[in-house]
Design a protein around this ligand. Structure first.
Ligand SMILES: Cc1cc2nc3c(=O)[nH]c(=O)nc-3n(C[C@H](O)[C@H](O)[C@H](O)COP(=O)(O)OP(=O)(O)OC[C@H]3O[C@@H](n4cnc5c(N)ncnc54)[C@H](O)[C@@H]3O)c2cc1C
Length: 441
């Protein structure tokens, strides 16, 4: 009797053909497609899963990530590596699919990963294509359809279904029972992530944060700090801090920094950029401060300078910094680099200590979304249930990945967010089909 009932329920489910449409086949969308399909298969549910993407070639961001090597995750992922939404809420999503789950997932797909000294995880092939191909192959294996280029123009909610219209007249509208917004943010808009998803979300009843701005973005220095541009090509491990107008330390990162023809770049600058830009919006007096010898305090450096004796200042600085940089710092402090330490006046010494350990750089602007790796701001995470990623504003809708107000620092954290939120949504979509079936039964 029980067997017959279970059988009837199984066939009932098989008959209930559902259309699940995921808009955006980036990291989050691909992961969501795979996880939804796997769960549906495991539960004996019949679902047609379609990924729609406006790009001619999908996975552009996966391919450019990590300099073409794709830093898929970090060996240790913590909520404090993220900004935007509340860290508690972020933690819930990350816990449901951890960095270890990501490593296992890719290994099962045949993508072996390696850990670098920085803690970043890369495919052993050092090729992002390995990661993208594995995801696409898994979609194929599971029967997840990828339709591209299929740029979505509008998403409308009717009583029990969604209608998705293309911005291209040649594509017929698509009806869907479940919809996932995985359209990303606005970083690197030429890849197709241009903020259209915010429009869809708002139309359906969501909001976006007051500010949506580039994160992990290079910074253009002001004319008054243009000496930095002369150092183009020089990189150094530095400590970068954001100070409020009153001198309070708001953020601090120690990492490599690269001086360029426009200003500052490199991982340290990308990481601090988010905090600088955020603070600058509220406080025009905010400053970016560099300690060129990150582990040495001003006091210690001052004492070292006082003990130089006959050694030249430039010679001393060269032990720690590239020669061109050492010379530039001396020049900025008004010191002849070849002068011996004992000849330094107190004023010159203080000026050098300030420049080396507390060098305030005036920033004109950031380089915008075109050069940003990620978007700060978006749809508030509080507008989805973090146990499912399901919208609180609209039934049968899920939001995942960068469209949400969550951004990570450099190191694989943004992909980890995409994999985790995509997985949570995928599992929840399958469960929602079971729930709908049992309500009907
Ligand atoms: C240069 C660069 C390097 C990076 N390196 C790393 C790294 O090494 N490690 C890391 O963790 N993170 C990295 N990131 C960040 C990471 O790539 C993103 O956070 C992540 O890809 C976001 O995934 P997503 O699926 O949410 O969005 P996206 O990857 O942006 O995908 C969104 C998809 O939606 C599609 N789409 C948008 N609008 C529409 C529409 N209207 N109709 C149809 N399709 C649409 C887009 O074409 C796109 O394919 C990097 C980013 C950049 C720009």
């Amino acid at each position: 009797m029980l067997g017959t009932l279970l059988c009837a329920l199984f066939f009932h489910r098989m008959k209930q053909h559902r259309d699940i449409v995921i808009i955006g086949a980036g990291a989050a969308g691909l992961m969501c497609g795979i996880m939804t399909a796997r769960e549906c298969l495991a539960m004996g549910l019949d679902a047609r899963i379609t990924l729609l993407d406006g790009a001619k070639k999908i996975g552009a961001k996966i391919l450019v990530a990590g300099g073409g090597r794709c830093n898929v995750t970090h060996h240790k992922v913590l909520p404090k590596d993220y900004a935007g939404a509340s860290r508690n809420a972020i933690k819930k999503v990350l816990k449901a699919f951890s960095e270890h789950d990501t490593m296992r997932f890719f290994e099962e797909l045949g993508v072996e990963l390696k850990q670098e000294d920085t803690g970043k995880m890369f495919p052993v092939t050092d090729s992002a294509q390995t990661v993208l191909s594995a995801l696409i192959d898994e979609c194929d294996r599971l029967g997840v359809m990828i339709r591209n280029p299929w740029r979505v123009g509008t998403v409308k909610r009717y009583a029990d279904r969604f209608e998705i219209e293309s911005s291209d007249d040649r594509n017929e509208p698509i009806l869907a029972d479940r919809v996932v917004l995985a359209t990303g943010g606005m970083a690197l808009p030429r890849t197709g992530s241009d903020g259209a998803g915010y429009r869809f979300a708002k139309f359906i009843g969501h909001s976006t944060t007051e500010r949506i701005f580039p994160s992990l973005v290079p910074l253009v220095v002001d004319e008054r700090s243009s000496w930095i541009r002369e150092l183009s090509g020089i990189s150094a491990r530095v400590n970068l801090q954001v100070h409020s107008g009153t001198g309070k330390r708001l953020a601090s990162f120690t990492n490599e920094m690269l001086c360029t023809h426009f200003g500052l770049s490199g991982p340290g600058v990308l990481d601090i950029s988010r905090w600088y830009l955020d603070a600058k919006d509220n406080d025009p007096e905010v400053s970016l401060v560099i300690n060129w010898i990150d582990d040495v305090s001003g006091e210690v450096f001052d004492q070292e300078l006082q003990g130089l004796g006959k050694r030249t200042v430039a010679g001393f600085l060269r032990e720690r910094l590239p020669e061109r940089l050492a010379r530039a710092l001396c020049e900025q402090a008004g010191i002849d680099p070849s002068s011996p330490g004992h000849a330094l006046t107190r004023e010159h010494r203080k000026a050098l200590v300030q420049l080396v350990t507390q060098c305030a750089i005036l920033i004109e602007r950031d380089r915008g979304f075109t050069f940003a790796e990620v978007t700060a701001g978006g749809v508030p995470l509080s507008e989805v249930a973090t146990s499912t990623m399901m919208s609180r504003a609209c039934d049968d809708l899920w939001l995942i990945g960068e469209i949400l107000d969550v951004d990570g620092r450099i190191g694989g954290f943004n992909f980890q967010w995409a994999w985790a939120s995509g997985t949570v949504a995928g599992r929840s979509i399958a469960r929602s089909l079971v729930d709908a079936d049992s309500n009907q039964a």
